[in-house]
Design a protein around this ligand. Structure first.
Ligand SMILES: Cc1cc2nc3c(=O)[nH]c(=O)nc-3n(C[C@H](O)[C@H](O)[C@H](O)COP(=O)(O)OP(=O)(O)OC[C@H]3O[C@@H](n4cnc5c(N)ncnc54)[C@H](O)[C@@H]3O)c2cc1C
Length: 237
């Protein structure tokens, strides 16, 4: 049974100009066992009015874990504006884990991770989990961000990908000439996938990000000839 429990906010780290990593630990010190890809419901409760705001966030850390870590886009919405004022020691309520988007370490040895923006979170969790388990799948990460400095936990990502002997391609969708960005630009599409992942049909593909990103890439993979049963997707929003 999934229980809604008080969690203490133990760490706040600004990861990019728009994304902050929040770490929560259960007040009763229990750990959470989840499959990477799954999400938690995080609830803010106003002390004065009792009003609650709950939103879903994908775990970004490995499992099982004493703490839960989330990469959160600080968009100034109902919950994210509360989080923008949060302080270490604050209490939030969390129930977890939920969701059908689950990493299956036994599903295949060749993986394609397609991440859009904060949709990187479940893949960060999967990479950590793979390394914790001592597994060594062939991982290709295609990661779409708006601006060059939007790459979440770049050092950790590069370290894990290189430890696995995998490959990461970042594409920047809103590069401006002043950025002097030399890397890949533009939205991920079938042509970009075919260019960087010529063996895409041999891979199990996981997609996570905003609805338009997920839909476009699911269609692109199916268009290239990837069987639907080899595609797993999580849509936010
Ligand atoms: C399964 C699942 C997992 C999720 N995991 C994560 C996660 O790991 N990290 C994360 O950051 N979010 C995640 N989300 C989204 C999250 O649940 C919230 O929707 C988000 O944080 C906004 O909540 P809010 O209360 O601040 O905004 P709300 O007050 O609910 O307002 C949302 C409004 O903001 C608009 N909006 C959406 N995105 C943006 C944007 N980038 N800039 C400006 N406006 C925008 C939307 O159109 C919407 O109308 C996930 C959602 C789902 C369903």
């Amino acid at each position: 049974m999934i229980i809604n429990k008080p969690y203490v906010l133990t760490d706040i780290k600004k990861t990019t100009p728009d994304v902050t990593t929040f770490t929560f630990k259960a007040q009763d010190n229990t750990s959470v066992d989840f499959v990477p890809g799954m999400f938690a419901m995080l609830t803010y409760q106003d002390k004065a009015t009792g009003q609650k705001i709950s939103r879903a966030f994908s775990m970004a850390n490995s499992s099982p874990a004493d703490s839960l870590q989330f990469f959160i886009s600080m968009i100034g919405g109902q919950l994210t504006s509360k989080l923008a004022q949060a302080k270490i020691g604050d209490i939030y309520y969390i129930s977890a884990p939920y969701g059908q988007f689950r990493f299956d370490i036994n599903a295949g040895n060749k993986l394609l991770f397609l991440a859009g923006g904060t949709g990187l979170a479940p893949f960060y969790s999967m990479l950590k989990f793979i390394i914790d388990k001592g597994a060594a799948p062939d991982v290709m990460l295609l990661y779409s961000v708006k601006y060059p400095n939007d790459i979440i936990e770049r050092d950790g990502l590069e370290r894990m990908i290189s430890q696995l002997g995998g490959r990461m391609v970042v594409t920047v969708t809103r590069a401006v000439p002043e950025d002097n960005y030399q890397g890949q630009t533009g939205h991920v599409d079938a042509a970009m996938i075919a260019r960087y992942v010529p063996d895409v049909k041999e891979r199990v593909s996981y997609i996570c990000g905003p609805p338009a990103f997920v839909k476009a890439l699911k269609d692109a993979l199916v268009g290239i000839g990837v069987p639907e049963k080899e595609i797993r997707a999580e849509m936010w929003g």
